[in-house]
Design a protein around this ligand. Structure first.
Ligand code: CA
Length: 224
């Protein structure tokens, strides 16, 4: 899951980015509308976190423009104003949710996960692939009855492969979805995480390499 945080308060922006990264999201930061626009044009985001008061305008204007252009990416507004009129204006311009500053990071994480689940191809809360049981909201993976301890990054990669089980996911798609700009990932970074995942998930192997293309989990999933 890759998130764009549009926030001009550097300290708050960095704090939010660090918190979201430790919760397993890939996070890019934009301090103003111009940079946000550039990043949205070149990257694919699962959700936007948008501050209203930005140096070059109101974050809500960006949301309205994106909606008019037919973009359906989920949007969570961050706002210092908690007036009813502001909240209603947010929803009318296409925001999906909002948080009033100051907010608790765990609430932001929970709201973003909920927003990402509500997208067109929602991530199920729970998925079973062969003998692997994945609980997305709790980041828990159990295989053959044994809890596998994964890092946030390993979980993010598994999540993408698992929700697309049966379909090959390319290295560039993995990088696009699971790494942010700060990471400057080389292809061998992806291979290293895949190798760790395979080691932790144990035998028989579930993640297959498709030479020259990417990776696939062959099992057919079913949501219990
Ligand atoms: Ca601001």
């Amino acid at each position: 899951m890759r998130i764009l945080v549009i926030e001009d308060d550097e300290r708050l922006g960095n704090e939010v980015a660090a918190g979201l990264r430790s919760a397993g999201f890939a996070v890019d930061l934009a301090p103003n509308l111009v940079e946000a626009d550039l990043k949205i044009a070149v990257n694919t985001y699962d959700c936007l976190v948008v501050d209203r008061g930005l140096p070059d305008g109101d974050g809500l204007a960006l949301v309205a423009t994106k909606r008019q252009a037919g973009q359906r990416v989920p949007v969570l507004m961050l706002t210092a104003r908690d007036g009813l009129a502001d909240r209603i204006a947010g929803f009318e311009h296409g925001a999906d949710d909002y948080l009033v500053k100051p907010f608790a990071l765990p609430e932001l994480v929970a709201r973003l996960r909920a927003l990402c689940r509500r997208r067109e191809q929602p991530t199920p809360a729970h998925l079973v692939l062969g003998d692997i049981d994945i609980d997305f909201p709790r980041h828990r993976v159990v295989r053959a009855g044994i809890l596998r301890s994964l890092t946030a990054k390993e979980f993010g990669v598994l999540e993408l492969l698992a929700t697309r089980a049966g379909t090959v996911v390319s290295r560039s798609e993995l990088i696009e979805c699971c790494w942010d700009e700060m990471a400057e990932p080389a292809s061998n970074v992806v291979d290293a995480v895949i190798a760790q995942l395979r080691r932790k998930l144990g035998a028989p192997p579930v993640i297959e390499t498709v030479r020259g293309t990417g990776f696939v989990i062959g099992h057919q999933p079913f949501a219990p």
